[in-house]
Design a protein around this ligand. Structure first.
Ligand code: PMP
Length: 403
């Protein structure tokens, strides 16, 4: 006899949706495996291999029996030290006396676990998190899992997908505990200027809010945009901010699963306790690889950035040539986020989700619909794929939607 529904999956998990971006990617890969010539714009990962010196460090680590054991749950001390050094370097705080020690760092299984741990450590049931939309699909689910409530604040293409202090202020209630801040953004590629960040940071200080800032795309910036970490621009936030980061995007290391969170010692300790029961440490060999990545400089990401920049210009130009598509020029990350409201109407479909399905079926091109990011009427296209595939994929869209 099958047990009734209310005695099966918990309500907490039944309310969580599968990651839409991973779903699109899995579908595209499955069709490809069947021999269909699918071009995938779905995945949020660089198409480059991990740099050789990182792989070599991992091979050496795998051969050393000392790395066949657990590490402390919170991460290898050497990796925490490398994260502290990297953070001080990138925030340009080396000589500022800014306090950052290994007690402020937790090494996580990818940036994703840092998101989960952070909201678990910060939220009580009913606490509200102001969530600028379009947002990365994982945030609202992690907020909800922690018992919190995500309060969306939407910024469309006419404001370059960037929220204003006035909009944030309008969303504030007595229950607001956290502002989530992401720049460069997934899915829009929007980058806040230093002045915009200062204004938002000062507002958070004034309102006594926590700021959770996701800096995983920090090194993928274009057009010489003037920006920086909210912590270096508004150091008063030091005791009420958590920074999320990882090696995935900067060093083409999505598969290695190394991320981290940085925050006040009590929050980091609480998150470390959770992780010690949930997953223990990140794979020891991956941690050794991450040390090599962080200590190896930024030349690999410089080379990737050049390729992404070229593809960014191509994809934005080609998308804007399609009648009904409006694609602002992103200044960071590796995503284009066009509005397709005009196109949906022109081809007589009901939604961007239907449009994405239509595109996969008819053009064998995988894109992620805006529904996954809290904003129907848009598509996300990652341009972290080869130049030829990129041109071929968008040419297929141009042909499919030729007026
Ligand atoms: N933050 C953002 C904004 C992301 O786009 C991603 C990856 N899609 C992550 C965090 C997590 O990356 P990972 O878990 O692979 O380190």
């Amino acid at each position: 006899m099958t047990l009734p529904r209310d005695r099966r999956v918990s309500q907490r998990l039944a309310a969580i949706a599968e990651s839409a971006t991973l779903k699109v990617d899995a579908k595209a890969k499955a069709l490809k495996a069947e021999g269909r010539p699918v071009i995938g714009f779905g995945a949020g990962e660089p198409d480059f291999p991990t740099p050789d010196y990182v792989v070599a460090a991992a091979v050496a680590a795998a051969q050393d029996p000392k790395n066949h054991r657990y590490t402390p749950a919170g991460g290898l001390p050497e990796l925490k030290a490398a994260i502290v050094a990297k953070t001080l370097r990138d925030w340009k705080l080396d000589d500022s006396g800014f306090e950052l020690t290994p007690a402020n760092v937790l090494v996580t299984n990818g940036g994703k676990q840092a998101v989960y741990n952070t909201f678990a450590a910060l939220l009580d049931p009913g606490d509200e998190v102001i969530l600028p939309a379009p947002y990365w699909t994982t945030y609202p689910e992690c907020i909800q899992l922690a018992g919190g409530k995500a309060v969306d604040v939407f910024a469309d293409e006419t404001q370059d997908y960037k929220v204003t202090v006035d909009q944030l202020d309008a969303a504030l209630t007595e229950r607001t505990k956290v502002l989530l801040f992401v720049s460069p953004s997934n899915p829009t590629g929007a980058v806040y200027t230093a002045d915009e960040i200062r204004a938002i940071g000062a507002w958070a200080v004034e309102k006594g809010l926590w700021v959770v800032t996701d800096e995983i795309y920090e090194h993928l910036l274009y057009d010489g945009v003037e920006t920086g970490s909210i912590l270096s621009l508004v150091p008063e936030l030091a005791d009420q901010a958590v920074i999320l980061n990882g090696v995935a995007k900067t060093y083409a290391m999505t598969g290695w699963r190394v991320g981290w969170m940085i925050g006040p010692a009590d929050i980091v300790k609480a998150a470390t306790n959770l992780q010690s029961h949930a997953t223990s440490n990140v794979a020891n060999v991956s941690q050794r690889a991450a040390i090599a990545a962080l200590e190896g400089g930024l030349s690999a990401v410089d080379a990737m950035r050049e390729a992404f920049d070229r593809r960014r210009k191509t994809i934005v130009t080609m998308l804007n040539e399609i009648d009904g598509v409006l694609c602002p020029t992103p200044q960071g990350a590796f995503y284009a986020y066009p509005s397709v409201k005009g196109l949906i109407e022109r081809v007589g479909l009901g939604s961007s989700a239907e449009l994405a399905e239509h595109i996969l079926e008819k053009a064998e091109v995988a894109v992620v619909p805006g529904e996954a990011f809290g904003s129907p009427g848009y598509l996300r296209l990652s341009y972290a794929l080869g130049d030829d595939d990129l041109v071929e994929g968008i040419t297929r869209l141009q042909k499919l939607f030729a007026s």
